[in-house]
Design a binder for this molecule. Structure first.
Ligand SMILES: Nc1ncnc2c1ncn2[C@@H]1O[C@H](COP(=O)(O)OP(=O)(O)OP(=O)(O)O)[C@@H](O)[C@H]1O
Ligand SMILES: [Mg+2]
Length: 326
């Protein structure tokens, strides 16, 4: 047994490096609740994650609904303040930044959500949607903004002349997601969290969007965290993948190796449940507070682990599995 996939997670100059990241939500902690003698409930959405993503890398993150993927992504781009642990971006600690440092990080780190219908303001034209971040970040020169908007649309293969004056509701889901990606890259970020960017799209257009993300990562040197409940789409564009379960990573590795020889009982179960890239396939939700009777345990463990903390085994080169008995 090893203490962790430390070596595998270390790289010369990572874009993003995360250590021991924790994000807990406290529910029902208000004044009224305390007057009624109710104690707050803590949801351990992210509960100790280590992660490193390099330049031009699309790193895959899979796990069932409720395993903490979105919370991790939103914490990494600092839409949530971490409870514990550290996030470093290009060697700078950004865990507790505020003010102008946070504003700069908001340029450097972007997030794309799964719903291209809800994430684009319907009152803005395509040109305005893509231009808005430039305005927010103080690019005051009209011509400069115009050039950057056209460049960004070019990168996502949307013909600017044809679409600049159109409105999101006039466009297909795939085009909207391309516009959302153009909006995310227009500020020239170095890190993008793509949170289930294709799960609401028709299967026939998913591959095009995945290929686009992979190409942008390569062309722009972007570090991308690609979040999905579906390992089939991860396989398509990610060399490395982590499997998340109840706020923690339970398995890390080279994508093909993890798919070929999943080591953790939870990963095996996840693979069995996801036979294809069909977005309409049934999704089940895990509970951050599983039934103590054990109906939702990762494996039918009859032995127990004697270690205090979760620990890792390198089951083969570049493939790490957390102790399933923990
Ligand atoms: N803002 C919040 N306040 C309280 N609890 C939250 C909040 N956001 C998420 N949670 C809880 O944290 C856990 C992880 O949720 P999260 O949305 O990160 O999972 P997910 O893996 O992204 O799921 P999905 O695949 O459905 O998107 C769940 O138990 C969820 O209910
Ligand atoms: Mg999510």
């Amino acid at each position: 047994m090893d203490d962790g996939p430390g070596g595998w997670l270390t790289m010369a100059s990572p874009v993003v490096e995360v250590q021991g990241l924790v994000k807990h939500f406290t529910l029902g902690g208000g004044v009224v609740a305390s007057m009624l003698g109710r104690s707050p409930r803590v949801v351990k959405a992210v509960d100790g994650v280590d992660l490193t993503i390099g330049r031009s890398e699309v790193f895959g993150l899979v796990g069932e609904s409720g395993s903490g993927k979105s919370t991790l992504g939103m914490t990494l781009v600092k839409l949530y303040q971490p409870t514990e642990g550290s996030i470093s971006f290009r060697g700078r600690d950004v865990t507790r930044i505020a003010g102008s440092a946070l504003k700069t990080y908001r340029k450097d780190a972007q997030i794309i959500f799964q719903d291209p219908y809800g994430s684009l303001n319907p009152r803005l034209s395509v040109a305005q949607v893509v231009e808005e971040p430039l305005r927010i970040h103080g690019v005051s020169d009209d011509a400069e903004r115009g050039t950057k908007v056209v460049e960004a649309l070019d990168r996502v293969r949307v013909p600017a002349a044809e679409y600049l004056d159109r409105y999101p509701h006039e466009l297909s889901g795939g085009l909207r997601q391309r516009i959302a990606i153009a909006r995310a890259i227009v500020l020239e970020p170095e890190f993008i969290v793509a949170d289930e960017p294709v799960s609401m799209l028709d299967v026939s257009i998913q591959a095009g969007i995945l290929e686009l993300l992979e190409r942008l990562s390569r062309e722009l040197g972007l570090a991308v965290l690609y979040v999905s409940h579906d390992i089939a789409t991860v396989r398509y564009i990610c060399d490395r993948v982590a499997v998340m379960y109840l706020g923690r990573f339970v398995e890390y590795g080279d994508t093909e190796t993890v798919i070929a020889r999943p080591g953790h009982p939870y990963t095996k179960r996840l693979m069995a449940a996801v036979p294809s890239v069909d977005p309409a396939s049934q999704r089940t939700r895990v509970d951050a507070h599983p039934d103590p009777s054990g109906s939702d345990t990762a494996g039918a463990a009859t032995e127990t682990c004697t270690h205090e903390e979760p620990h890792w085994e390198e089951v083969e080169p570049e493939h790490y599995v957390a102790c399933p008995l923990h």
